[in-house]
Design a protein around this ligand. Structure first.
Ligand code: ADP
Ligand code: MG
Length: 398
C-alpha cells in the first residue's frame, strides 16, 4: 500500500526523522490558512498524488510551464498555486500520459537547500536483507542514476539480527561526502528511518531529496513510503491512510472479491487458477508473440460468481483484444468451471475472442458444456495450443 508524501512525513516524524512543518489542504482557502499558520517568508505548495516526478511534471491544459511543486513567497501566491493545482490533472514520468488528478495539496515551509542527496531503504531480494541505498545524486530519479552512473549508488545491507548500527550510518555518510556534525545527523536520520521501516513493515522508504541545509541540518524534503499489504492487518492506523481514489479501480474491485489481479500493458486478458499457472500462461503468451493484459489468479475455489467478476474485470480494460482462460480442475471440477465461463460470457456479452483450455477432473464434461453453449468459445487442448489460438484469433479479429 502506498500513502501520500505528507502522510509519509507524519509517520516518519514520529520516529524522529527530521521533516519541515506543513499542512494538508483540499481547497485554496484551506491552503491560505495553512500558510498563515506556518508563517513565511517562503512556502512550497506540493501536489499530493501517488506518483513521483511532480516537480518536473506539468498540468494538462496549463501552458505556464510550472510543475506540481512550487516555491512561493506570499500567502496570495499560495492560494494561486493551490487553485492552479487542485482539480487539475498532473502528468509526470511516473503517472503515464493519462496523469493523475490532484485532490489535495501539502503546504510546507520553504527550505534553504545546500545539497540534495538520495536515501532509500528497500528489501533486496538477492541478499534477503533490508538495504540502505544512498547517492549524491539527489532529486533525480534513482532508476536513471542506476542506469547512467551505477557507481554513484552506495549500498549497505543490514543484518536482520544485528540491525542498523552506527558504523553503517557513518560508512554511508562519509560516502556521501558529509562532514562535521552532518555525519552525526545522518547516522541519526538513517537509524530513525530503519526503525520506522522495520516497525511498520514497509517495503520501500525513499527520501529523495534528503537535503543538507545551510546550517548543516539533514531534512527529508520528500517521502515515499510503501507498506507490505500482507502485514497491514497489524497496522490499522496505517491502513486508515489508504486513499482509494489513487488506486487502480480494477485492482480495488478485484481485492474486494479476493481475486489476485494486476493490470499490465498487453492485449490478452488472462483468467487462470493458481499463481504459478498464471505466470506460465503469461510467459507462453509472450512466446507466441503477444503480451498479457493482466495477471489474474481466480484462486482454487472459483465459483460462478467469481468467474463472472473476473470476466468483467478483464473486459473493463479497453486494451483487451482477446481472453485466454486457463484452468486446471484439481479441487475444482472442469464442468463447474465451464458452467461459470458460459454464464459469465453470456452475462457480459462478450465481444472479443475467447479461448478456453481446461484440464483435470471432469474435463470431457466441461468441454461438452462449452461446445453445446452456442457461444463462440474456442477450445484448446494444452497450454501452447491455447496461447497460439488466442494470439491468432486476436490477429484475425483486428
Ligand atoms: P517530486 O520528487 O515528486 O518531484 P519533491 O518533493 O522531491 O517532489 O520536490 C521536488 C523538488 O522541489 C525537490 O527536489 C526540491 O528541490 C524542491 N522542494 C521540495 N520541497 C521543498 C521545500 N519544502 N523547500 C524547498 N524546496 C523544496
Ligand atoms: Mg522527490
Amino acid at each position: 500500500m502506498n500513502i501520500h508524501e505528507y502522510q509519509g512525513k507524519q509517520v516518519l516524524a514520529k520516529y524522529g526523522v527530521a521533516v519541515l512543518k506543513g499542512g494538508v489542504a483540499y481547497t485554496p482557502d484551506e491552503a491560505i490558512q495553512v500558510a498563515k499558520d506556518l508563517g513565511g517568508p517562503v512556502w512550497v505548495v506540493k501536489s499530493q498524488i501517488h506518483a513521483g516526478g511532480r516537480g518536473k511534471g506539468s498540468f494538462k491544459g496549463d501552458t505556464s510551464g510550472k510543475g506540481g511543486v512550487r516555491v512561493v513567497k506570499s500567502v496570495e501566491e499560495v492560494g494561486a498555486a493551490a487553485d492552479a493545482m487542485l482539480g487539475k490533472v498532473l502528468v509526470t514520468v511516473q503517472t503515464g500520459e493519462q496523469g493523475k488528478e490532484v485532490k489535495r495539496i501539502y503546504v510546507e515551509q520553504g527550505c534553504d537547500i545546500r545539497r540534495e542527496l538520495y536515501l532509500g531503504l528497500l528489501i533486496d531480494r538477492s541478499t534477503s536483507r533490508v538495504t540502505i541505498m544512498a547517492s549524491t545524486e539527489g532529486g533525480m530519479e534513482i532508476e536513471e542514476v542506476a542506469h547512467k552512473s551505477p557507481e554513484k549508488i552506495l549500498k549497505v545491507a543490514i543484518d536482520p539480527v544485528q540491525g542498523f548500527q552506527q558504523y553503517h550510518g557513518r560508512q554511508l555518510a562519509f560516502g556521501l561526502g558529509l562532514t562535521g556534525k552532518q555525519v552525526g545527523a545522518a547516522v541519526k536520520f538513517m537509524g530513525a528511518l530503519y526503525k520506522a521501516f522495520m516497525d511498520l513493515d514497509c517495503s520501500i522508504v525513499e527520501i529523495n531529496p534528503l537535503v543538507v541545509t545551510g546550517d548543516d541540518q539533514l531534512i527529508a524534503l520528500d517521502a515515499k513510503v510503501n507498506f507490505d499489504d500482507n502485514a497491514l492487518f497489524r497496522h490499522k492506523d496505517i491502513e486508515e491512510m489508504r486513499d482509494e481514489s489513487e488506486e487502480d479501480p480494477a485492482e480495488l474491485e478485484a481485492a474486494r472479491h479476493s481475486l489476485n489481479y494486476i493490470k499490465l500493458d498487453g492485449s490478452i486478458g488472462c483468467m487462470v487458477n493458481g499463481a504459478g499457472l498464471a505466470m506460465a500462461t503469461m510467459d507462453i503468451i509472450k512466446l507466441y508473440g503477444a503480451s498479457p493484459a493482466n495477471f489474474l489468479d481466480v484462486g482454487g475455489g472459483a465459483t460462478k460468481e467469481r468467474v463472472t467478476t473476473a470476466f468483467k474485470l478483464i473486459l473493463s480494460d479497453p486494451n483487451v483484444e482477446g481472453i485466454l482462460v486457463n484452468i486446471f480442475g484439481g479441487i475444482m471440477r472442469c464442468d463447474v468451471i465451464a458452467e461459470g465461463v458460459v454464464a459469465a460470457a453470456r452475462e457480459v456479452s462478450l465481444n472479443v475472442p475467447l479461448v478456453v483450455r481446461l484440464e483435470g477432473t471432469n474435463v470431457e464434461l466441461g468441454k461438452k458444456i462449452m461446445a453445446q453453449s452456442g457461444l463462440p468459445i474456442i477450445a484448446a487442448d494444452n497450454l501452447a495450443d491455447a496461447a497460439e489460438k488466442v494470439v491468432k484469433a486476436v490477429k484475425e479479429a483486428a
